[in-house]
Write a protein that binds this ligand. Structure first.
Ligand SMILES: *Cc1c(COP(=O)(O)O)cnc(C)c1O
Length: 423
C-alpha cells in the first residue's frame, strides 16, 4: 500500500501498473520561492484543470496550509469542488473566470466564490442571481488588454464599468478586482507586453475615475511573475511555476528560478523479449528493429495522456539508460528498443520526473512532442493513480474506494480509481 515519504523520491508502489507521484514538499517550496520573488504582492495558486493534472484538492489544501490565501480556477464547477472539499472562505478566496450562460451563479454566490465578469451578459445573469439569493457578489472585472481571448474590449469598458459601479452603489456587488491576462509574457521583448501593461493601466485608471476601488489588481501569469516585476500589482496568478516547471524554458530552467518539478510519472515494464532484426514494432510498423535486440513493453498509452505525438520520439529512462519510444504510442501501451539489455519484467520505467535521477522531464517530453510542458502534465489521465509524497494535510475523505494495491490517495474527482476501470 501507499506509504508517504518526505524525500521526494519516486518509487513505484508495489503492484501498480503506473503512477504519477506528486511531491507536495516541492509544491510548497515552489510557492515559497514565488512568494519571495513577488515580495508585497500576493500569490494565487492556480489549480484549474485538476491542478494541471496534479490533483486540485490536494494541491489547494497544501497551498492553503502553507498560507496561500487565493486559489484560481477556470470553471465555476472547479471552484465549487474546492469549497465542497472543505476549503472555507476564511481560509482562501477562490476566483473563477470562465463563465458561460447559465452559470452556476447562485451556487457560486452561496459558496462565497469570487466571479470574473468580462461582458454585460454575465453581469446581467450575475445580478439576477444576486437578487434571487440576496447574497451580494464579489466581482473581478476583466479587461481585454490585447490577448484577444476573454475580457472586455476597451470600447465596451466604460459601459461595463458604469453598470458595475451602479450595481455596487445599490449594494448588489463589490468590485473586488480589475484584471487582465498576457498574450506573450513568455517571449521577452515581445511588443505586446508593453502595450498590454499600458492598456491595463488605462483600464484601471478609467475604473478608478468611475468610482471603483478594486483592492486586487492582477495581470501576471507564471512567465510574467518570473520575468516582469512591473506586472505584479497586488496579486500574481501562478500556475505552471508552482508545479515546478519553467514557462520560459529558453530563458531559464526550473532550478534557475528556484523551482522543482512536482510530478513524476513512472510505469512498470510489462514484458521484455528477444526479437530478431527486421521486426516491425507497433501499429503501422513505423519502427523496425535494426538487428537482433530486446523490446520492452511500457503499459501506458494515449488514454493515459501519453501523447501519440511521442511516437518514435518520447524519452524514458530504464535501468539508468535513456530509451526512445519505438514506433507508435497506442491507446494503452508503447514499446521501447532495449538494445539487447534485459531489465526484469516489473522494473521501473521513468517517463518524466524532476531530473534529479537523470531521467527525462516533462519539458523534455514537451519538446519531443512539439508541445509545452503545460500540456504534458495536464493531460496525464484519470486512469493513472496519483500518489502524494510529503503531505502536511490529510487526503480528501471523499475518495473513491480503490482496489487492492491501488493507492487511495488523491484520486482525481470523477476519475477512474482502479486499474479495473481501463478498457
Ligand atoms: C491558466 C491561467 C493562469 C496561469 O497561467 P500559468 O502560465 O500557468 O501561470 C493565469 N491566469 C489565467 C487567466 C489563466 O487562464
Amino acid at each position: 500500500m501507499t506509504t508517504a515519504n518526505t524525500t521526494g523520491t519516486a518509487t513505484l508502489t508495489d503492484g501498480v501498473r503506473a503512477e504519477a507521484t506528486i511531491d507536495l514538499a516541492a509544491l510548497r517550496g515552489n510557492l515559497a520561492a514565488l512568494r519571495e520573488r513577488v515580495g508585497a504582492a500576493t500569490v494565487m495558486a492556480t489549480v484549474k484543470a485538476d491542478a494541471y493534472g496534479h490533483g486540485a484538492v490536494r494541491c489547494a489544501r497544501e497551498a492553503v496550509a502553507a498560507g496561500i490565501g487565493w486559489l484560481g480556477t477556470a470553471l465555476p464547477q472547479e471552484a465549487l469542488a474546492l469549497r465542497a472539499a472543505g476549503i472555507r472562505p476564511d481560509q482562501a478566496r477562490i476566483l473563477c473566470w470562465l463563465w458561460t450562460p447559465g452559470g452556476p451563479w447562485r451556487e457560486a454566490l452561496l459558496a462565497d466564490i469570487d466571479v470574473s465578469v468580462s461582458a454585460q451578459w454575465a453581469l446581467d445573469e450575475l445580478l439576477a442571481a444576486v437578487r434571487a439569493t440576496g447574497v451580494p457578489a464579489r466581482v473581478h472585472l476583466k479587461a481585454d488588454t490585447g490577448l484577444g481571448r476573454n475580457g472586455c474590449q476597451p470600447h465596451d469598458w466604460p459601459e461595463l464599468v458604469g453598470a458595475a459601479r451602479r450595481a455596487e452603489a445599490e449594494g448588489l456587488l463589490t468590485v473586488v478586482g480589475v484584471w487582465s491576462h498576457f498574450a506573450a509574457a513568455d517571449e521577452p521583448g515581445h511588443p505586446s507586453i508593453q502595450a498590454q501593461l499600458d492598456a491595463f493601466r488605462e483600464a484601471l485608471a478609467y475604473a478608478e475615475a468611475a468610482g471603483l476601488r478594486p483592492a486586487v489588481r492582477h495581470l501576471a501569469n507564471s512567465p510574467a511573475t518570473l520575468l516582469l516585476p512591473q506586472s505584479h500589482y497586488d496579486l500574481v496568478r501562478t500556475g505552471l511555476a508552482m508545479y515546478g516547471l519553467s514557462p520560459v524554458p529558453e530563458v531559464g530552467s526550473p532550478a534557475d528560478f528556484g523551482l522543482r518539478p512536482v510530478m513524476a510519472l513512472t510505469a512498470r515494464l510489462a514484458l521484455v523479449k528477444h526479437v530478431p532484426g527486421g521486426h516491425g514494432v507497433s501499429y503501422g510498423h513505423h519502427y523496425t528493429t535494426p538487428g537482433p535486440t530486446t523490446l520492452g513493453l511500457v503499459p501506458v498509452g494515449y488514454s493515459d495522456g501519453i501523447p501519440r505525438h511521442a511516437s518514435g520520439t518520447g524519452p524514458v529512462q530504464i535501468a539508468g539508460k535513456w530509451r526512445t519510444v519505438a514506433g507508435r504510442v497506442a491507446m494503452d501501451q508503447f514499446v521501447v528498443d532495449l538494445g539487447g539489455d534485459t531489465p526484469a519484467v516489473g522494473d521501473e520505467v521513468l517517463l518524466f520526473g524532476n531530473g534529479e535521477q537523470g531521467e527525462p522531464t516533462a519539458e523534455d517530453w514537451g519538446r519531443a512532442c512539439g508541445t509545452i510542458s503545460y500540456e504534458i502534465v495536464t493531460r496525464i489521465g484519470a486512469r493513472v493513480p496519483r500518489r502524494y509524497l510529503g503531505a502536511t494535510t490529510e487526503a480528501p475523505t471523499a475518495d473513491v474506494p480503490a482496489a487492492e494495491g491501488v493507492p487511495t490517495e488523491g484520486v482525481p474527482t470523477g476519475g477512474a480509481a482502479t486499474e479495473g476501470a481501463s478498457v
